[in-house]
Design a protein around this ligand. Structure first.
Ligand SMILES: [Zn+2]
Ligand SMILES: [Zn+2]
Length: 433
């Protein structure tokens, strides 16, 4: 049989599942002399056919013979096998499950070893090259402007003994992933140390080429210290950079502390949601000018509000923004002097919390990081262990998928106000139960 070069269209064309008995009906007669002919399916052990079927036909009358393959060949390799391997990876499936399913269906297939070979020799290198190319294009596009980054770490397995973690940077205007650093945890490297390590590697790679004007991270102390004492001092591409706290993590941290007080003072629990919402509210509404002072005064007004006092002696926020309160209240105002009230005041007005609030980002796109992380789970489920390259390729795939769809994501802001209430399930489950 003559070999034709493979066309993309051939590769992309639809495939079908074929029963052997139906297939053989096509070879009942000789195409040359039209007499009945013999045909059989070639079934040799270790043939490497996998999902491909080869039919040999021989006519006893005219000696006509032919051999037909059900798949195009790529250098002796049936293309469908390679494409099956790629599809398993692209869909975030597990090889053992796919092979079991095909076995139950009694579809001929290849071994796990063949899948591993396809993955290591072809699929993973292609994904890694693809990501590198896309990343270079994205960085070239971003070079014209000063960029705003948001960074966060994801553990690749549910427990803290995670074998790998990935530090991700998203460019906030385009909402695209610009860099990923996979870090291997070992006993010598704590989860926090790994986070700092991934952050450093990513930021130094990006700022070789891009000028960073703003950066949002969670409140990881060693990252904050590194940014302040090293990055801004020694890296000219970051000299003008502002570092902000991500609202999602900060609000979640405060919510946890509120719940802790609530275990002893249950009346506090009723206010947790309002406290967390207030944090989102001040972050979204504080003006740019004197932002830190505005954030502080807006935040501190909450302490009075909880006691039904809506006028304050705070310079930048003399009264609450909510106007007259009309709605039915399902919770009591706090009374000054009660234990719960005192504990809550201590928390809300503590230096640490006020400082965290003053550093809140005016931008909300860190939620695209959350969206990206939940997408990552689709390509690399957390309960499955993948090798270093398998994990890396799956994370790159998730990033490419995310970036292709980044512009289709729902806008976070409308008329300058955040729509965080409707955005992402993880946020909801964190705050609405
Ligand atoms: Zn014949
Ligand atoms: Zn108020």
């Amino acid at each position: 049989m003559k070999h034709h070069p493979l066309h993309l269209q051939t590769i992309l064309r639809r495939k079908k599942i074929v029963f052997e008995s139906n297939l053989l009906q096509l070879f009942d007669t000789c195409p040359h002399c039209a007499h009945p002919s013999q045909s059989h399916i070639v079934d040799k052990p270790n043939s490497g056919f996998g999902t491909m079927v080869r039919v040999e036909q021989r006519c006893m009358d005219c000696e006509f013979t032919r051999k037909l393959d059900s798949q195009p060949m790529l250098k002796q390799m049936p293309l469908g096998n390679l494409m099956l391997s790629a599809s398993i990876l692209f869909s975030g499936s597990q090889i053992s499950q796919v092979l079991r399913m095909l076995h139950i269906f009694n579809v001929a297939t290849y071994s796990r070893q063949t899948f591993q070979r396809h993955q290591n020799d072809y699929v993973i290198p292609t994904i890694i090259n693809g990501w590198k190319e896309k990343q270079a294009d994205l960085i070239a596009e971003l070079k014209e402007n000063q960029i705003h980054l948001a960074g966060d770490r994801r553990n690749n397995s549910p427990c803290h003994s995670a074998k790998y973690g990935t530090y991700t940077f998203i460019e906030q205007t385009s909402k695209k992933v610009v860099d990923l650093q996979q870090v291997q945890s070992s006993e010598a490297c704590s989860s926090n140390a790994c986070e700092l390590f991934g952050f450093k590697r990513g930021v130094s790679f990006l700022t070789e080429q891009l000028t960073c004007r703003g950066l949002v991270t969670d409140r990881h102390r060693s990252i904050a210290a590194f940014i302040r004492d090293d990055l801004k001092v020694n890296n000219p591409m970051c000299a003008e950079m502002d570092h902000f706290n991500d609202v999602w993590h900060t609000a979640k941290g405060l919510g946890k502390k509120t719940i802790k007080i609530g275990t002893k003072q249950p009346e506090v629990n009723l206010w947790k949601k309002s406290i967390v919402n207030h944090m989102y509210f001040v972050a979204a509404t504080a003006p740019k000018e004197n932002r830190r002072d505005h954030l502080k005064d807006r935040w501190l007004s909450l302490d009075n509000h909880l006691r039904d006092i809506h006028e304050n002696d705070l310079d930048l926020n003399p009264m609450c923004d909510h106007g007259h309160l009309l709605y039915d209240r399902n919770k009591e105002w706090f009374v000054r002097g009660t234990v719960g009230s005192a504990m809550l005041t201590d928390l809300l007005t503590s230096n640490a919390v006020v400082k965290d609030v003053q550093n809140l980002t005016p931008r909300f796109q860190t939620s695209s990081l959350e969206a990206f992380h939940s997408l990552g789970v689709r390509f690399a489920p957390k309960h499955i262990h993948f090798g270093w390259l398998g994990q890396l390729a799956r994370t790159y795939l998730a990033a490419m998928h995310h970036n292709e769809n980044a512009n289709r994501m729902q806008a976070i802001t409308r008329n300058g106000l955040p729509q965080y209430r409707v955005s992402f399930p993880k946020y909801k489950s964190g705050h609405q139960n």
